[in-house]
Design a protein around this ligand. Structure first.
Ligand SMILES: [Zn+2]
Length: 188
């Protein structure tokens, strides 16, 4: 039976549908990516995750590991590659897993979806999900990496003070008023 981090694939798909809103192929592949990274890592210390895209993949990490954006253990470097690195939070040594485009040939549906060759409306999601489950970890490549120092250590949190214009707390390093009061349009 196909498993993802110890759960049946069906169970994982149910979880991801609930969490993500729909049966996203990217989150399903992400599940296999997290599974492979956990399998390859050495040592059992605390780890964090660096995610190289903001699309879909972070939800697989947040579903399957204790790392979330909220707690700061999931970090984003949005270079747009479908890849993540699971690393020791002290040493920065880790395992990077990416979707290996050289391994996609046997899976035309995944290839098409990955390179967005077809409009979403024409996408056959059932076939795509079947291909992803068939492929499992075979379309992934894992390599050892050393994460750059800027991603190590606790999140830096500077001083906060009330904004003289709106009165809400804001990070002082942003200037004499909060960014919203400096003109950044959030609402129209
Ligand atoms: Zn303000």
């Amino acid at each position: 039976m196909t498993t993802i981090c110890g759960q049946g694939a069906d169970e994982f798909m149910r979880m991801l549908e609930e969490f993500h809103g729909y049966r996203a192929p990217g989150v399903l592949i992400g599940g296999f990516m997290v599974d492979l990274a956990l399998e390859r890592r050495s040592g059992g210390g605390f780890f964090e995750v660096l995610c190289e895209t903001r699309v879909c993949l972070p939800d697989a990490v947040q579903l399957l590991t204790p790392c979330t954006f909220g707690n700061g253990w999931l970090k984003l470097a949005d270079v747009g590659r479908y890849a993540l690195a699971l690393f020791d939070k002290k040493s920065g040594a880790g395992i990077r897993v990416h979707v290996d485009t050289k391994k996609l040939a046997p899976y035309p549906g995944i290839r098409e979806w990955f390179f967005k060759a077809k409009p979403k409306i024409e996408q056959d999601t059932d076939r795509l999900v079947r291909e992803i489950l068939d492929a499992g970890k075979s379309i992934l490549t894992a390599t050892s990496v050393q994460v750059a120092p800027e991603f190590l250590g606790p999140r830096k949190k500077g001083a906060t003070s009330p904004c003289p214009s709106c009165g809400e707390g804001y990070p002082v390093e942003n200037g004499d008023r909060c960014l919203a009061c400096q003109g950044k349009k959030l609402y129209v």
